[in-house]
Design a protein around this ligand. Structure first.
Ligand code: GAF
Length: 394
């Protein structure tokens, strides 16, 4: 099994952020804040339809080592890019002025200031082992780590429940990516050993125990390593199709189409493509609710078929999978996984598989073999357990 393609191990990340800070700025940081990447157990593309999602936080994390400077202005060094960038009040006076990875940091400062918070000037050093471009929310981890650091350093009166919305605003408005609220919620609100059941309309959460260990189970994450292409354009197109479906059905959002009214709703739609998109969202919301019920009852193994049904729905109805993720899912199932599905926005990214812990190696090997047969770039696979959301490190 191979780990994400990043230097070092997860345990090194805080040390690397500290070392980076100290070498860049010539003194130690005042503190360090960590925020994780996420996988979504189930509930894909439901967040912007006011629906339900069930993500959990990964051991892979982004760490910000930081200290205030006493002056307005921000300096940020990133280990991954090797760059140091600076931005000032002018750059955060309106969206879009800082580009590239720095936009996620500047966008977070902009969103906080736009919400009326007095954000302290600061220096930051960032290290991360959340793989980039793998659909594990490296951008939400960065926004969430920076937001948590600045809120703490500035003593901002910002309840945890309000934080994901601000981080999402940074991404939507400053960076210009039309994502929903799932990823930032996962990075900020998840708890160790639990999946986060989030109602994306009310923003109510319930921490659902997800005790894989005592059930002898593991979630294996497989980075499909498929080239991500046209991701933002396709994402926008799916959002637009869902909005069109809701408009045609006369409901505020597809969340409002009940599962037992699905056939009647589909019969009212003329466009087969819109019908497929609507069917995915309505059935996916139901699969989240069914998964939550099973987990509440401690019947973890039994969620497998729901995970696989979610994949089939993403493949055939929402049309967001690619050959690499379909092959990974099929190979994992053939090797004995209870269920498997693509996780995240789609068009590549990662697959998760629910497997007996003593089958982890065998399933990972089966996926790698299936890839080799087809000449795909070798996948990366690694086991994960649900970890806590954003927090200050000791
Ligand atoms: C991406 C988005 F950022 C999320 O908001 C969500 O829509 C997801 O794709 C699909 O479920 O991660």
């Amino acid at each position: 099994m191979s780990q994400p393609d990043q230097p070092g191990s997860a345990a090194d990340i805080p040390a690397r952020a500290t070392a980076g800070y100290t070498s860049e700025y010539g003194e130690p940081p005042a503190g360090r804040w960590a925020a994780p990447g996420r996988v979504n157990l189930i509930g894909e593309h439901t967040d912007y339809n006011d629906g339900f999602v069930l993500p959990f936080a990964l051991p892979q994390q982004t760490v910000v080592a930081a200290a205030t400077t006493g002056e307005p202005g921000w300096t940020v060094w990133s280990e991954q890019s090797g760059e140091r960038i600076e931005f000032d009040l002018d750059d955060v006076s309106e969206p879009g002025r800082v580009k590239g990875w720095g936009a996620y940091v500047a966008g977070t400062v902009w969103a906080l200031r736009d919400a009326g918070f007095d954000v302290p000037g600061a220096r930051m050093a960032i290290a991360s082992d959340v793989p980039l471009g793998a659909g594990l929310s490296s951008s939400a981890a960065l926004e969430s780590a920076v937001l948590t650091a600045l809120a703490d350093l500035g003593g901002l009166d910002l309840p945890v429940d309000d934080r994901p919305g601000l981080a999402q605003r940074a991404e939507n408005r400053y960076v210009g990516i039309p994502s929903g609220i799932m990823d930032q919620s996962a990075s900020i609100r998840c708890q160790g050993g639990h999946a986060l059941f989030l109602d994306c309309r009310s923003l109510a959460v319930e921490q659902i125990p997800f005790d894989l260990d005592s059930a002898g189970l593991t979630i294996l994450v497989v980075d499909s390593r498929a080239p991500h292409q046209h991701v933002t354009g396709e994402y926008r197109a799916r959002r637009a199709a869902c909005e069109e479906g809701a408009r045609a059905l006369g409901v505020p959002a597809l969340r409002d189409v009940p599962i037992d009214g699905l056939d009647a709703a589909l019969a009212r739609l003329d466009d087969p493509m819109i019908q497929r998109r609507v069917r995915h969202i309505v059935t996916e919301n139901q699969r989240v609710l069914d998964t939550v019920e099973l987990l509440r009852a401690g019947r973890v193994r039994e969620i497998g078929p729901l995970l696989t049904a979610s994949h089939v729905s993403m493949r055939d109805d929402f049309e967001i999978t690619v050959a690499e993720v379909d092959v990974a899912v099929e190979a994992a199932l053939a090797a004995g996984a209870y269920g498997a599905r693509m996780t995240g926005g789609g068009f590549g990214g990662c697959v998760l598989a629910l497997v007996d812990t003593d089958r982890v190696e065998a399933v990972a090997t089966a996926v790698a073999d299936a890839y080799a047969e087809r000449g795909f770039t070798a996948p990366h696979s690694w086991p994960v357990l649900p970890t806590p959301g954003a927090h200050r490190l000791p």
